[in-house]
Ligand binder design. Sequence first.
Ligand SMILES: [Fe+2]
Ligand SMILES: [Fe+2]
Length: 265
Amino acid sequence: MPMKKLLFLGDVVGAPARKALARELPVLRAEGGFDWVVINGENSAGGAGITREIALALTQAGADAVTLGDHVWDQRGFDVEIGRTPGLCRPANLPECCPGARYLIVNSEDGTRLLVFTVLGRQFMRQHVACPFATADRLLRELSGEYDYALVEVHAEATSEKIAMGWFLDGRASVVVGTHTHVATADVRILTEGTAYQTDAGMCGAHSGVIGRERGAVLAAFFDGMPRRFPVADGDVRLNGLIVGLGENGRAVEAQRFEKQCAIG
Ligand SMILES: [Fe+2]
Ligand SMILES: [Fe+2]
């Protein structure tokens, strides 16, 4: 029997996803009996980055923690705003001098502590970041005794890097979940030492386009390679994520994919 339950939702892409979350999340949270809801908000502002106002709206709708990714600094001024925005953490393996919290510890109603942090992958990614494996290892060790469960998000392009992280943290993190590619993978499972794992949680956003953007613009770019804007798509909005039941000793006991189709408009 799970003792605790958490919902993780993948990258929120633009206004259609924000609108859907504002409407759906309070209901989901109440009906699902989740102790924690964690959401990746790296694409929530027009498809790239986040603002303080949007982060607060996600929190208001029911997110306990908002995580970020490679698009963390895309919105102008967010490097300053991040310092006064609670409930949000930037990727942990960015350079030490970057602003923002590297991790969050979120208490459930009964005081059970969930550690949340994100590491960026290094394969096929733009940023120069510290080793995601060493960073995760160090944080889990440094914070040992300060949390009951740990959710480690691996925001990466390569499936191999994410799977490697799952095995690396098996038995140490309660959940290892991938984000960034915006497509949910069909490999949800509990690894041998009790870590719930999914290579990519998918995204919250319009599935009528290409990973959240209008398909016409993306398709045209594949033909001519010319720079252009990629407006956020708005059809077939779905929330994608992972539900995990947590048991004793920080271990996961149940894990399943989550998907909800949302009415448009
Ligand atoms: Fe990303
Ligand atoms: Fe993303």
